[in-house]
Design a protein around this ligand. Structure first.
Ligand code: PBG
Length: 323
């Protein structure tokens, strides 16, 4: 049986007045990929308008997105050369400088900070030279490399950094280095609860970051464990993260509010590549109306308590009626 309130919501007035989710375009973050040495843009299967952009085409891309009302961007830079460690950041810096000198404060530019698109093996940290302990990573070199990357990005003008590597202690290490260099007001948006997931497929194709061996289960969380999920966000909060994030969004719906309550920090949801591509594929088969289904998922993230949403569809948001 429907109750009175549900029936009253048949009127648009009531529906809008009583809606529990309300958000605007400034709470959406649009990911971007820039690939060093690419001569023309390449499609990413399942991600629609989000392509592997060249260093040149990214300007037009962002210009169009700004016209469509997008304000926050999350940049993934994919370097040409892979290495074991001692990574170079000049190419990423060039892209950041170009975007910030061109668009200035019209955009807020976050940079994903991880090593997986730079390492020859595709893992998110620097591996030990000999595998004698249960931890395959050389922690101190890993933390140094990740913090050096973060510093290089903010020196080039990035507005914030977003560590996605899931290595222990990275938020603390990045915060300390940024503070020491005078960047104490550059925020850290930490991938604080990141599950080991099969929904990152389209992204890994785009970022060239599929592990060459093994998987990421050692440093990404088992979906069956809410304990690990809560603890991971709490560690990030204690280490000095400013914004927390759950990923994949749909696998974390139940955790958003508990994390916010436990950590007293804003928590966002990352609608990852596989979730987005799923909607695209359903709509290509005529099974869902893409835009309506997308908006529905965003409302669910908001209802679940997400403060902000990272989504490949941020640039579609005006078409969906957001302002
Ligand atoms: C890098 C990183 C990944 C994603 C964001 N940063 C891939 C991974 O951890 O394997 C996935 C994003 C997406 O699927 O949209 N560590």
């Amino acid at each position: 049986m429907t109750n009175r309130l549900m029936r009253l919501r048949q009127s648009q007035w009531m529906r809008d007045l009583l809606a529990e989710t309300e958000f605007n375009q400034r709470q959406l973050i649009q990911p971007l990929f820039v690939v060093e040495g690419l001569s023309r843009d390449e499609e990413i299967l399942g991600l629609g308008e989000t392509k592997r952009n060249t260093e040149e085409s990214i300007l037009q891309r962002v210009e169009k997105d700004l016209e469509a009302g997008v304000r926050h961007f999350l940049l993934f830079h994919v370097p040409k050369a892979k290495a074991e460690c001692a990574f170079h950041h000049e190419a990423a810096q060039r892209v950041i400088q170009k975007l910030k000198s061109h668009f200035g404060d019209q955009l807020f530019l976050w940079i994903d900070t991880c090593l997986c698109s730079m390492t020859s093996h595709g893992h998110c940290g620097v591996l030990r030279s000999s595998q004698t302990t249960s931890n395959p990573f050389d922690s101190s070199r890993t933390l140094n490399e990740i913090s050096r990357a973060a510093l290089a990005y903010v020196e080039a003008g990035a507005d914030g950094v977003s560590p996605s590597d899931m290595m222990d202690g990275r938020v603390k290490h990045i915060r300390a280095l940024l503070d020491e260099k005078g960047y104490d007001m550059k925020p850290i948006m930490s991938y604080s609860t990141k599950f080991s997931s099969h929904f990152y497929g389209p992204f890994r194709n785009a970022a060239n970051s599929t592990p060459q061996f093994g998987d990421r289960q050692q440093y990404q969380i088992d979906v069956r464990s809410s304990t690990d999920a809560l603890n991971s966000s709490q560690r990030c909060a204690e280490e000095g993260a400013d914004l927390l994030m759950v990923k994949p969004g749909m696998s974390s719906i139940d955790l958003i509010k508990p994390i916010a309550q436990k950590c007293h920090l804003p928590v966002g949801a990352y609608q990852v590549s596989g979730e987005y591509a799923g909607l695209q594929m359903l709509s290509e088969k005529g099974l869902v109306h893409f835009e309506k289904a997308l908006l529905e998922t965003w409302h669910v993230f908001k209802r679940a308590g997400a403060q902000y949403i990272i989504t490949y569809g941020a640039r579609e948001s005006r078409k969906l009626g957001l302002r």
